[in-house]
Design a protein around this ligand. Sequence first.
Ligand code: DGL
Length: 269
Amino acid sequence: MSDTRPIGIFDSGMGGLTVVKEVIRSLPNEKIVYFGDTARVPYGPKSKETIIRFSIENILFLLKNNVKLIIVACNTASSVALAAIEKNFKVPIMGVIEPGVSEAARITKNKRIGIIGTKTTVKSSAYEQQLIKIDSKIKVFSIACPLFVPLVEEGWLKTKITQQIVADYLMPLKNKNIDTIILGCTHYPLLKSVIQEVLGRKVHLVDSARQVAYGAKQILEEQGLLTNREKTARQSVCFYVSDEPDNFAEQGEKFLGFALNKVRKVSNV
Ligand code: DGL
């Protein structure tokens, strides 16, 4: 049995590419359809109702592309919309919160974990609730960093201003003695080196993208949905955005390390 249908992945913009990169690594023969909702980025400051609506529209778009699995490569949508939407669709849908939580709980030694994410993700306390479910002794310190997403969308990954902004946001975490921090937004791994510099080498950064990719592989295996085609995923990623395809192609190429042959602009609403 071979299922050659693509995997669908969406985010508000560039952030989900951190997940695409790991899916290509773990599932090199799968086709991918990516949708970045660049016309409506950022999702972070928006209400739960709005994010549920956007997520449903994004899923309906991906389903038109005949996807066999959907990865919500957005922490904001995963924390406030996933539970509400997954029961309405037959296709398997996975989010990014749980993989990051398991990884952080496995890594922490002193049970003091920092979480950074968008305002909506932090307000939802989705991470906190799941971490405490695994181990009630874990202490969580959460901070919303709303300026990180526009910096990443602009490709300002290592500028002086970026370093200053990251340092200011993370200041309150510096004296909390955390040994682990969850990058609770798929955009944030692009700022990894600056975040690591600010927090110091001793703090372990959890980027859930790799765990998400392993989780996707497991679902496809369990449900008999793997492909057996030989072509590489890298050659078969279709990128769609709802605005500004050129900026997406330019920043995306820098991050993924290969040219995004064609980024198509679509209206998904
Ligand atoms: N990258 C998304 C997340 O993981 C959304 C960020 C945003 O659009 O504010 O939360």
